[in-house]
Ligand binder design. Structure first.
Ligand code: NAD
Length: 489
């Protein structure tokens, strides 16, 4: 069975339509974008190329839902319906995972983890939404002052191709929980599970217009959405370059923005680290989803005295990696597109002056049809080298030696990003000192990523963006405070 036939067996909705006002609609544009299986570059389906009219209809439907049904739902009622959506996602984890592997090219095990995370976000937010509330504020005699936490209104969500289900979970679901109505613009490179989510919401009985999905190109549907005067908040996940544009667009309408952008996240190993425990984290955090992860740990900082030992252990692990089609669940799948593979290879050519520690090969010539890039590990890299500074978004890690704590901090903080950082040391005082000084939105001590942690606020500083998603912080971000002061004499 080829990829297209396999996908046809898995989907139960029409990928060529937009989801607007609770129904599947042909795009007004009558134009479509073809999607390809990154593992072999064969076409798998077509999705709408939404235009300005499609986006207008989606925003209008979202506004209508706020003034009719959704606007009057209590937090308990919203929680209950999100819970129902979560149970339906849970039932479909295997199916959603296979769809994602065909669309994004990520190994099946990773796709299953993403689908499970989406179900978990729905579980978390459905339970959290009636536990977040305003406050009463002590004020002058004769007054009672309290705050109300209210939705922004219509929230626009522009998301990338690398983790569609997880990002829908942390962004769209958080916004819905707080009573916003959503317009979602998924990526033109991978969008099928986003459409599946629309259908699942419909099946669960989410009122019409509460979620609207308009697939399309960034410079068309994405631009219209981020400029639309009917949008009250924008959540953007993607590149720094586009994030900056989104912020400029939103500023014209004075609309708040959450920007979840890129990273060049370090893991730092001191000589007292539990190296055996650290190695699987170093590897997974760098190579998961073939390195196409915003929080990928692409820099590994190692104290001089243990440098050779860590390098040898990592080389051994790299040599055992298997690379092949996503649906067959190799350790690493392909990159999303030929364009992305070319981009990563261009970076690798800038590393010709460096020491490449492993040479791997594809086990089957057939795989050459896909967008495969073999993983690369570079040793003894200078912290200011381009490969140690820029986000490559591919299976590439650099090892950087350091002398002491001060130098480790300087190197770790020495890029324009600040998303995640990991520290490996048994010294409790050092853990605290480092955690305080690291420029990052999340710091992990003797672990990395804490298994995703939907409860843990996530976001960056510097060029990694601002605003927080995940956990209760996301619910705060997807709502605004209204202060009510009552003078009762
Ligand atoms: P991208 O910025 O090219 O695209 C992201 C989304 O923006 C897509 O839906 C795209 O269609 C849309 N877009 C593109 N141009 C637009 C425009 N002019 N106006 C409005 N929308 C536009 O990013 P990508 O290549 O899809 O994803 C990779 C990037 O995303 C990496 O830099 C990665 O670090 C980042 N990312 C960050 C996080 C995080 O949480 N911090 C998570 C995942 C990915």
């Amino acid at each position: 069975m080829n990829s297209q036939e396999l996908l046809k067996e898995l989907i139960w909705f029409d990928t060529t339509k937009c989801f607007i006002d609770g129904a599947w609609e042909k795009p007004v544009s009558k134009k479509y974008i073809e999607l390809f299986d990154p593992s072999n570059n064969s076409p798998i389906c077509k999705i709408p190329r939404s235009n300005k009219s499609d986006v207008n209809l989606a925003v209008q439907a979202a506004q209508n839902s706020l003034s009719s049904n959704w606007g009057s739902f209590s937090s308990l009622e919203r929680g209950r319906i999100l819970n129902k959506i979560g149970l339906l996602v849970q039932d479909k984890i295997d199916r959603l995972a296979k769809i994602e592997s065909l669309d994004v090219g990520k190994p099946l095990t990773q796709s299953k983890a993403d689908a499970s995370a989406l179900a978990r976000y729905l579980e978390f937010y459905s339970g959290a939404v009636d536990k977040i509330h305003g406050e009463t504020i002590p004020y002058q005699n004769g007054y009672t002052v309290y705050t109300l936490r209210e939705p922004h209104g219509v929230t626009g969500h522009i998301i990338p191709w690398n983790y569609p289900m997880q990002i829908i979970g942390r962004s769209v679901v958080g916004a819905l929980a707080m009573g916003n109505a959503v317009v979602l613009k998924p990526s033109e490179d991978a969008c099928i599970t986003a459409l599946a989510f629309g259908e699942i919401c419909r099946e669960a009985g989410l009122p019409k217009g509460v979620i609207n999905i308009v697939p399309g190109y960034g410079n068309e549907a994405g631009e219209y959405l981020s400029n639309h005067p009917g949008i009250n908040h924008i959540s953007f996940t993607g590149s720094v370059e586009v994030g900056s544009k989104i912020q400029q667009n939103a500023s014209k309408n004075i609309v708040p923005v959450t920007l979840e952008l890129g990273g060049k996240s370090p893991q730092i190993l001191f000589e007292d680290a539990d190296i055996k425990k650290a190695i699987p984290f170093l590897l997974k955090a760098g190579l998961q989803n073939a390195g196409q992860t915003c929080s990928a740990s692409s820099r590994i900082l190692v104290q001089d005295s243990i440098y050779s030992k860590v390098e040898n252990l990592l080389v051994k692990e790299y040599k055992n990696l298997s690379i092949g089609p996503a649906i067959q669940d190799y350790d690493l799948g392909p990159l999303i597109s030929k364009k992305q593979a070319e981009r990563v290879k261009k970076y690798l050519s800038l590393g010709e002056d460096l020491k490449q520690l492993v040479k791997l090969s594809l086990e089957n010539n057939e795989f050459e049809k896909g967008n495969f890039v073999l993983p690369s590990l570079f040793g003894n890299v200078q912290p200011d080298h381009v490969l140690a500074q820029e986000e490559i978004f591919g299976p590439v890690q650099v090892l950087i030696p350091f002398k002491d704590e001060e130098e480790a901090i300087r190197i770790a903080n020495g890029t324009k990003f600040g998303l995640v950082a990991g520290i490996w040391t048994k010294d409790g005082s050092r853990q605290m000192r480092m955690a305080k000084q690291l420029k990052a939105g999340q710091v992990f001590i003797n672990n990395y990523g804490a298994g995703g942690g939907v409860e843990l606020p996530f976001g960056g500083v510097g060029h990694s963006g601002f605003g927080r998603e995940k956990g209760f912080e996301a619910l705060k971000g997807f709502s605004v405070i209204k202060t009510v002061a009552v003078n009762h004499g």
